[in-house]
Write a new protein. Structure first.
Length: 89
């Protein structure tokens, strides 16, 4: 596997967090399949509903949560990536 970062310790930390995050989302997908798709609300996954309980409830909140996901992805894509950067092999 290629290194994402030059520091070996930070690279291992980033990959560990990514692995735990992917495992968490996989478990939530199974729960959503068996029970309710509302467990996949991004506000609930980020535990933001602990501050504002209404964020984790309702279809509108679910749609807004993925609007936020798309907005953050777009921000990261356009701000932190570039076509001119060398692709790692």
């Amino acid at each position: 596997m290629t290194a994402l970062l030059s520091n070996r310790y930070v690279d291992a930390l980033v990959k560990t967090i990514f692995l735990f995050g992917m495992t968490h989302l996989l478990i939530l997908a199974f729960v959503a399949f068996r029970e309710s798709f509302h467990v996949l609300n991004a506000f609930t996954i980020l535990n933001m509903d602990a501050f504002l309980p209404a964020l984790g409830q309702g279809t509108i909140s679910f749609i807004l949560s993925y609007g936020m996901v798309v907005a953050v992805y777009s921000l990261v894509f356009f701000a932190l990536t570039s076509r001119n950067k060398k692709i790692r092999e």
